[in-house]
Design a protein around this ligand. Structure first.
Ligand code: SF4
Ligand code: SF4
Length: 238
């Protein structure tokens, strides 16, 4: 058992409300997109994107952490350790991402039987605003490396002529822009309540968010005042 922190509704509440507003805005955008002939390939059981690195705020991580049971919390913690090891040893950003996808592997919150997210209501922003305008094959980790030069040119032509993309990648750009208010709400709530903002890897922060000791340190920050450093922290053993 972990020393779970008490809820932090002043921080998580504004983020959850922003999630709801995003869902409404994204739904309306998707309806218009479909009416204009656009197609979104995301659907239940589609999970090739669930091995991408994910950046979150601690505010969001608190929401996910509160939805985990002991077993899943332990598996998220183990995943977080692999993330940290990759971050410490990867020589550059590209290697970090490539190793995250192929070696750190799939998010432990993924249900391997159904291919669905086992904590769908508590998933972070990046999992909510990633939509693909091409088949999931193009989201998979090793697809690009396996394409021939001609296939890569065909991919770029297809992306360029597909409405909703940024012309470079097959993800639907406006649905990412629409989620910016969620980030802003998280930033404002953390600053107001804690006097600091904490951003980082999804699994690392979700593990830390489940530690009452860590969260007590975060909340102490405002009492310590600006300029005072929090003590260095290690991932709690779950
Ligand atoms: S982004 Fe790609 S892999 Fe993820 S759900 Fe959509 S189509 Fe599937
Ligand atoms: S939280 Fe859910 S949607 Fe996001 S990466 Fe994990 S399993 Fe996939």
């Amino acid at each position: 058992m972990t020393d779970l922190p008490p809820p932090s509704p002043a921080v998580t509440g504004p983020v959850e409300a922003a999630y709801d507003r995003y869902a409404q805005a994204a739904g309306q955008w998707l309806d218009r997109y479909a009416q204009q002939g656009g197609r979104v390939y995301c659907g239940a059981g589609c999970f090739a994107c669930c091995n991408m690195p994910i950046r979150v705020s601690l505010a969001e991580a608190l929401i996910t952490a509160s939805a985990l049971d002991d077993d899943l919390r332990a598996r998220v913690g183990a995943h977080a350790r692999r993330v940290i090891e990759n971050a410490r040893t990867a020589p550059d950003d590209d290697t970090y991402v490539e190793r995250h996808r192929t070696e750190v592997g799939y998010c432990p919150i993924l249900n391997p039987v159904t291919g669905g997210c086992s904590r769908y209501a508590a998933r972070p922003t990046r999992c909510r605003d990633t939509f693909s305008a091409l088949p999931a094959l193009y989201c998979a980790a090793d697809t690009w490396e396996q394409l021939s030069p001609a296939e890569r040119r065909a991919y770029h032509r297809e992306v360029a002529r597909t409405p909703g993309t940024d012309g470079e990648l097959h993800y639907i750009a406006p649905l990412e822009y629409l989620s910016e208010p969620v980030w802003e709400e998280a930033a404002a709530a953390m600053s107001e309540q804690w006097g600091l903002q904490i951003w980082g890897d999804f699994w690392v922060l979700t593990t830390l968010a489940a530690s009452g000791d860590f969260m007590a340190q975060v909340k102490l920050r405002r009492a310590k005042g600006p300029g005072k450093r929090l003590r260095p922290w290690a991932l709690p053993t779950l």
